[in-house]
Design a binder for this molecule. Structure first.
Ligand code: SF4
Length: 272
């Protein structure tokens, strides 16, 4: 996909390819807290080289448009769950999923925890100047055990009905599990007692509907997921090593973007 840089008036402006905000760049000599978000940690897991180029060297990757339809289901679900949070009552989906004693968790910081851009769940790694953050979609609570339940809303359009097994085994859903492990890790490190089972609230659009008619219908399924954060700390320390290194890490051989820029450089050189 081609991405053209525009200013706030929508006019095209030259793209430098370099980050201009110093706060986005890691400085190994600084003692100021540097935050790594959940998405940057996922970037590191996908390709340490791209993560390094971004956070240490300041290479700006092309921007991508927002997923406004998916964001809208998230937004509307948040409104529904906030109503239940306000009244401290179970959501309409809980009974069908066999979730008794569960209500949306009411906490003064919940808005902050859901704000992935400016705050999120946060944990400062002891002995370092690094904090980790992640904006969670929702948190529920089992009022009997008092444990918190991590929740992630997901929207999709798949012809097959959602089943927990297929959903969790899906090739493109492995990153979702990483996401959930990371939120549970942060919440645990923040001192909360977290239920071993998290939930994906999956909204699957009905593609077999006879027509659009200005409406789209979704089947909602709660997919339980037993999170595992035991692997995270080790990878976080690997990430710190890379941040503090002056050696360029390996790239991901499966990456089509790198293959594209490699081939493009060859083609441009040979046609000079
Ligand atoms: S393989 Fe190349 S383009 Fe792909 S993620 Fe890594 S550094 Fe970036």
């Amino acid at each position: 996909m081609l991405s053209l840089k525009r200013n706030s008036k929508g006019e095209f402006v030259p793209a430098s390819g370099i980050r201009s905000r110093a706060s986005s760049l890691y400085d190994p000599t600084s003692e100021k807290i540097f935050n790594i978000s959940r998405s940057k940690f996922s970037d590191f897991l996908t390709c340490p080289r791209c993560f390094y180029l971004d956070r240490v060297k300041g290479l700006a990757s092309p921007s991508t448009p927002g997923w406004t339809l998916n964001e809208t289901t998230d937004l509307l679900l948040k409104k529904e769950f906030d109503e239940c949070r306000e009244t401290q009552t179970p959501h309409r989906s809980f009974q069908k999923a066999g979730l008794t004693n569960v209500i949306p968790f009411a906490h003064e910081e919940i808005e902050k925890w859901r704000d992935s851009l400016h705050a999120g769940l946060k944990y400062e790694i002891p002995g370092t100047n690094i904090s980790l953050s992640g904006g969670v979609d929702d948190i529920w609570q089992d009022i009997k055990s008092e444990q918190l339940i991590v929740v992630d809303y997901k929207s999709q359009a798949n012809n097959n009905p959602v089943t927990p097994e297929d959903y969790l085994n899906g090739t493109y859903h492995q990153g979702y599990k990483v996401q959930m492990d990371f939120y549970a890790f942060l919440l645990t490190k923040m001192g909360f007692d977290v239920s071993p089972i998290a939930y994906f609230y999956v909204c699957n659009a009905d593609r077999s509907a006879p027509g659009f008619g200005g409406k789209m219908y979704f089947e909602e399924t709660l997919v339980p997921y037993q999170w595992d954060s035991s692997w995270i700390e080790k990878r976080v320390f690997e990430m710190l090593e890379i941040l503090n290194s002056d050696k360029m890490p390996e790239s991901n051989l499966a990456c089509e973007n790198c293959a594209y820029s490699r081939q493009r450089a060859i083609m441009e050189k040979t046609s000079e």
